[in-house]
Design a protein around this ligand. Structure first.
Ligand SMILES: Cc1cc2nc3c(=O)[nH]c(=O)nc-3n(C[C@H](O)[C@H](O)[C@H](O)COP(=O)(O)O)c2cc1C
Length: 323
């Protein structure tokens, strides 16, 4: 095992360098707890926790603590400059600190202020990055590790392959986590051998008994292969990686000319994205809670190596066997 893997395990207080990435939908507290309990790192997606699974934020964290005494993390999607989101993140962060959470995973935005607050409480911060430029900013802001979101990831994708990301980020002296395309323990081993300190998985953990997405979504992950994965920017404004289903075919893969223009224009870009994001938030909630609503199923290219719905603990333990 590399020293960077050891560093990651020490920083996060875990035995298996596997992170269950935040998912909207998918990160119900039972899944987060199961991954942590088996020795990995479960991460809470606060909007999933409160909006889809209807837990009060603090009570949701306490539910996880009642299911495991192992560490788990909280994700913060940073919407710099959008006051209402900034305030809500601040409240969630204070509660997470009070509840003793020791791992924050930030996405988008500038992680600097989170790092500052985290330092005062001995909390480790990793940041999602998709390019070397974002990685530079995050490292300069003081993050402890980088989640390298690649072009094989489920949900919002990166543009670079796992290998390109590693080449371009290897000079940063922090643990690098491969986020995207890891479906089984062989993929995991390959990414560790390539130089990653660990892996963040989303799709693999959707197809588990503890995850509360509908059964037909889980079965679709088992039944489909890598070639069935497509990107669409019609759901959230940015590109999401999804299974090509009849509903996705009907929706289409590319935004129409008006939306595209609004998304490109400097003045309208932010608001258009926000509106699309709000609409996708509602849609994904319906996908999560109403089986049969629509097959808008986010998943990554590791899907080809996922052959069964299993318990999250079994997945983590099998990955541990590949160390
Ligand atoms: C259904 C789904 C929802 C996701 N939602 C989020 C999210 O809300 N925030 C986030 O930072 N990442 C999100 N992700 C990305 C995951 O945290 C993780 O980085 C990614 O799934 C790793 O790629 P993989 O699916 O190929 O394993 C999501 C992924 C999936 C599959």
């Amino acid at each position: 095992m590399t020293t960077k893997t050891e560093q990651l395990k020490q920083q996060l207080g875990i035995d298996v360098p596997v992170i269950c990435g935040p998912m909207y939908p998918g990160s119900n507290p039972e899944l987060v707890a199961a991954v942590s309990d088996a020795g990995g790192m479960g991460v809470v997606q606060p909007i999933s926790l409160t909006h889809i699974y209807q837990h009060d934020f603090r009570e949701g964290l306490r539910l996880i603590k009642s299911l495991t005494d192992k560490p788990f993390g909280v994700n913060f999607t940073l919407m710099d400059g959008v006051k209402v989101y900034e305030e809500r993140n601040r409240q969630w962060m204070n509660i997470a600190i009070e509840e003793g959470v020791k791992f924050f995973l930030t996405s988008l935005g500038n992680p600097g202020p989170v790092v500052k607050a985290a330092r005062e409480h001995g909390i480790v911060v990793y940041h999602d990055v998709t390019t070397p430029a974002f990685a530079r900013k995050a490292v300069d802001a003081g993050v402890d590790g980088l989640n390298c979101v690649n072009n094989r990831a489920g949900g919002q994708t990166g543009q670079l392959s796992p290998e390109q990301m590693l080449d371009e980020l290897a000079s940063f002296d922090v643990p690098l986590v491969c986020a995207g395309g890891v479906g089984d323990e062989n993929d995991f081993r390959r990414m560790l051998d390539a130089g990653y300190a660990g892996a963040q998985l989303g799709t693999r953990f959707l197809a588990t008994q503890e995850c509360q997405v509908p059964d037909d979504y889980k079965q679709a992950i088992v039944d489909h292969g890598e070639d069935d994965i497509v990107w669409t920017n019609k759901l959230a404004g940015t590109f999401s990686s999804v299974i090509r289903t009849p509903d996705i075919e009907k929706l289409g893969l590319r935004a129409g000319p008006i939306t595209s223009r609004l998304l490109k224009n400097r003045k309208t870009k932010k608001l258009t994205r926000m509106l699309l994001l709000l609409r996708s938030t509602q849609r994904y909630k319906k996908v999560a809670l109403n089986p049969g609503y629509a097959q808008f199923w986010q998943a990554g290219k590791g899907i080809g190596n996922i052959d069964a719905v299993e318990s999250a603990g079994d997945v983590v333990r099998r990955f541990a066997g590949a160390l």
